[in-house]
Ligand binder design. Sequence first.
Ligand code: PLP
Length: 379
Amino acid sequence: MNVRFNIPFKHEDALKNMAASIELGKTSGNHGFSKACHRFFKESIQSKPLLTTSCTDALEMAAILADIQIGDEVIMPSYTFVSTANPFLLRGATLRFVDSKADHPNMDEALLAQLINERTKAIVVVHYGGVSCQMDTIMALAAKHDLLVIEDAAQCINAKYNNQPLGSIGQAGAYSFHESKNISCGEGGLLLVNHKEWEKRAEILWEKGTDRAAFWRGEVDKYGWVDVGSSFLMSDILAAYLLSQLKHLQQIQQRRMDAWNYYDAKLQTLATKHDVLLPIIPSYAKHNAHIFYLVVKDKDQRVSLLNYLQKAGIESYFHYQSLHNSQYFEDKHEGGKLPNAGRFADCLLRLPLHYYLTQAQQDFVINEIFSFYKNMLGE
Ligand SMILES: *Cc1c(COP(=O)(O)O)cnc(C)c1O
């Protein structure tokens, strides 16, 4: 049996919408389909949404809005994707990496205070697998030290911290619609501007440093170059694709949650019998079934299990390398050891999880995992 790791959701409306955009001849950014996507987000999130070409670009906008200057320090987890770091590095920031929690890849909020000094400007939080960080603690610490909080909420559509949508809590947040995420349009992203004073400037950065968006609304009688900016807008063709997915968000989420809960229920004995860590969801987090992972005993066991599953036709993957240990950053890292990030980098593996995954396929995956441990113990 072949079990794919991810298959993006498909709906016939995707092609219909994209054809309509092309027929209309309105294929650049901020036309009808983009506006429809923006309306969709405004209905559930009290923030200003701006569709971007990627989450990476949305984070670049956030770094400009945060006015990051050379030498400013920015704190972020080490166990994350490079796109959390690059936008801040490109503005000249010095990165300070914080370790993960012992039982979860998210940043350990208890370790933040010791990294803060007079040069610290912002904390970038990453909600791993759509599971929220401890935002009350982080926001209170940021307020105390006058720091900005930017949420890399790339994986977080539909996920919440208590009743607040992730990405809407810090001054700005960013979603991704990359092929690998719950909702996708190939490549795409969304900036959520939560800080009212940034709204106007965000729109200008988005439109290459011009006040074009205000012009289209009739707020200014001509438009021109008023600030720095870049070409951050998503094409309306991709917004058309994205809209076809957003319309089915609840259906997609229901299916993913069911599959996630099924793994969780069936794999519990691994935790008790074989010392495997399964995802832990804190009471304040409403996750979105983005990732189901196992954290096994050590790196060797992960290699063996990945090979075992691969031989059975099951696609399973590890995830991030710790950024502080990367080829690019290793000699720039001045912080201490980050053992928990190292453990997730070495021992975490992700199981297939997508809309089209059947229960028969899940049973197969689950059985193969149990048979791996049985063989290993020579039972
Ligand atoms: C996917 C992802 C990104 C990058 O998103 P793009 O839309 O591909 O730019 C950034 N951060 C995290 C945590 C991600 O999972």
